[in-house]
Design a protein around this ligand. Structure first.
Ligand code: MLT
Length: 244
């Protein structure tokens, strides 16, 4: 029997203990998963995910040399070094640095998934690397869409479909209805970059970004398999590149 792939279309659709024994992939395509992947790809030493802004400020204060990043309502917060745009996380800015990071939905979904092992972050940017890492874990796979304020959003469903489809090609079983629907959604846009971009711009996250003038972030995240790196939550609660 091949291990199975399940997709949770929103984080409220699982209880934390449901993930015991599974490999979890937390997906916040716009933008936390894509941004953290970009940060580690640019050489950041680690990302410290925090649920609350006050907690992030405290942790950054307690870690001299760290950078504070993230958003609320999509915008960089007062006193933060970085927002949540992938393009901000350049090697010049982040190489060797620890980034304390909080976002509205992504870091929250990640922390809710921590009973799984491993817990990794997935997006279109690192689809192939994530799919290979999950297939190598030889466990059931739980793909978790971070969603927006508890609800479903199309950009996460598309990325979940991209990863689930690749896992199916790598031999995992896909019986779950949510996984099959996500794959169908992905296959409708995958053949043409213009269709993928249009779908991401039309999604809830894409529209939110457009409303604050950050639509160029959509293009930055729409590069399939551009980053060969898997952010994994380690035993200290830090996101670091998975050793392969
Ligand atoms: C989130 O975690 O809610 C997102 O990353 C929001 C955003 O795009 O800034």
């Amino acid at each position: 029997m091949p291990h199975a792939v399940r997709v949770y279309l929103a984080p409220g659709l699982f209880e934390p203990e449901d993930l015991i024994g599974a490999a979890a992939v937390v997906i916040d395509q716009l933008r936390a998963s894509s941004t953290i992947c970009s940060a580690l790809g640019a050489g950041a030493a680690a990302v410290v995910p925090c649920e609350e802004v006050a907690e992030a400020r405290d942790r950054a204060r307690a870690s001299p040399g760290s950078l504070l990043g993230g958003e609320r309502a999509g915008q960089r917060l007062e006193g933060f070094d970085l927002g949540n745009s992938p393009a901000e996380f350049t090697p010049e800015r982040v190489r060797g640095r620890t980034i304390v990071f909080t976002t509205t939905n992504g870091t929250r979904a990640l922390l809710r998934a921590r009973r799984a092992d491993p817990v990794v972050l997935g997006s279109l940017l690192n689809r192939e690397a994530v799919a290979r890492a999950v297939a190598a874990a030889r466990r059931p796979a739980a793909l978790i869409c971070a969603g927006i304020r508890g609800g479903l959003c199309a950009e996460d469903v598309l990325a979940a479909g991209a990863i689930a489809g690749r896992l199916r090609e790598l031999g995992l079983g896909v019986e779950d209805d949510a996984a099959r629907l996500a794959i169908e959604a992905w296959e409708r846009v995958a053949p043409a970059r213009a269709s993928l971009l249009a779908a991401l711009h039309a999604s809830q996250g894409g529209r939110n970004l457009a409303s604050i003038g950050l639509e160029s972030d959509v293009e930055a995240t729409a590069r399939l398999d551009a980053i060969d790196l898997v952010p994994v939550l380690d035993s200290r609660g830090l996101l670091v590149p998975l050793a392969r």
